[in-house]
Design a protein around this ligand. Structure first.
Ligand code: IPM
Ligand code: MG
Length: 362
């Protein structure tokens, strides 16, 4: 099993290091190959997604990704910005189905900014379409406004669009995922205003007829943003477009206490996947050894489960993470009175130790 490891920028290297330690202790036949990505790749090779990195990613069974981005690249032309690396990987590998589970661990119920009773036992899955929508729609650009009140003025524009097959395939992914969990899908749209999302709603409804055992609801995105903080446990699987999914998944992440806990996986039609923490490169804390590596470690577990067909190994990682939380170990983002504050490395090594301890016991 070939894994392309792309640590990237900011805290990316620190957190990926810990996930790699965890993968290595599992005794699986994994071939890990590292490559440059993001701003550091731009510095070294003049491009955030160098040819060699893309080639390695394409040939791998799965990709373990850290994070990309730093303010110092904000002034670069868009095509050279670090974010283009992750967008390029998603597009080039056809990684259209993005899974962002938001699970509130029992031990972290009090780390959420919401009342504990609202989030205790929370387990929702956001499925975000990842290769379409306004993120990739053409045309886009800057021009002189051709019409309207401000005709002749400078303007910028993007295009929101979805084709039927794009909506159908993500809808199938959502219904199938729901079948394995709470059997409920909430499709989030803005059908009251946008043509694209009226179409989205119509197509999801059609696909839903093939899944009579799964309950389908539709919700406008503004209401969904509200319901997520009002009664988050009323959701099971949420399926939505690229843009809305970007926003709602950050919101859902915070329900769980810290975005530092949330893994994610992006799959294509052949189950090849890219796995990354839901959070970004956090340049403000990079290099300080304080970042939470658990989202990346849990992403490695997702990788084993979804792309490498190693569900038992994934279980071992997930139960080790629960162990270290039960031991009271906390990185700064999830620390609270009465728990022990640890750094990135100590947290990673504690997960490794929890896995080894269980292995020797059994
Ligand atoms: C995410 C990130 C990316 C996105 C950025 C880094 C391009 O916010 O994965 O949610 O907008 O998709
Ligand atoms: Mg985002």
């Amino acid at each position: 099993m070939k894994i392309a490891v792309l640590p990237g920028d900011g805290i990316g290297t620190e957190i990926v290091d810990e996930a790699v330690k965890v993968l290595k202790v599992l005794d699986l036949k994994l071939e890990l190959e590292f490559a440059d990505v993001g701003g550091m790749a731009y510095d070294k090779h003049g491009h955030p997604l160098p040819e060699a990195t893309l080639k390695l990613a394409k040939a791998a069974d799965a990709i373990l990704f850290g994070a990309v981005g730093d303010w110092k690249y904000d002034k670069l032309e868009r095509q050279f910005r670090p974010e283009q690396a992750i967008l390029g990987l998603r597009k080039n590998l056809g990684l259209f189905a993005n899974f962002r589970p938001a699970i509130c661990y029992e031990q972290l119920t009090h780390a959420s900014s919401l009342k504990p009773e609202l989030v205790a036992g929370l387990d929702i899955l956001i499925i975000r379409e990842l290769t379409g929508d306004i993120y990739f729609g053409q045309p886009r650009g800057r021009r002189t406004s051709p019409d309207g009140t401000f005709a002749g003025a400078e303007e910028a524009f993007d295009t929101m669009r979805y084709t039927r097959p794009e909506i159908e395939r993500i809808a199938h992914v959502a219904f199938q995922a729901a079948r394995k969990r709470g059997k409920k899908v909430t499709s989030v749209d803005k059908a009251n205003v946008l043509e694209t999302f009226q179409f989205w709603k119509d197509v999801v409804t059609e696909v839903g007829q093939q899944y009579p055992d799964v309950k389908l609801d539709h919700m406008y995105v503004d209401n969904a943003a509200m319901q997520l903080v009002k009664s988050p446990k009323s959701f099971d699987v949420v399926v939505t477009g690229n843009m809305f999914g970007d926003i709602l998944s950050d919101e859902a992440a915070m329900l769980t206490g810290s975005i530092g806990m949330l893994p994610s996986g992006s799959m294509n039609a052949s189950n090849q996947g890219l796995y990354e923490p839901s959070h970004g490169s956090a340049p403000d804390i990079a290099g300080k050894g304080v970042a939470n590596p658990l989202a990346t470690i849990l992403s490695a577990a997702m990788m084993l489960r979804f792309s490498l067909n190693q569900p038992q190994a994934a279980d071992r990682i997930e139960s080790a993470v629960k162990d270290v939380l039960s031991q009271g170990l906390r990185t700064a983002d999830i620390w609270s009175e009465g728990t022990r504050k640890v750094g990135t490395r100590e947290m990673g090594e504690a997960v490794v130790a929890a896995i080894t301890k269980k292995t020797t016991k059994s």
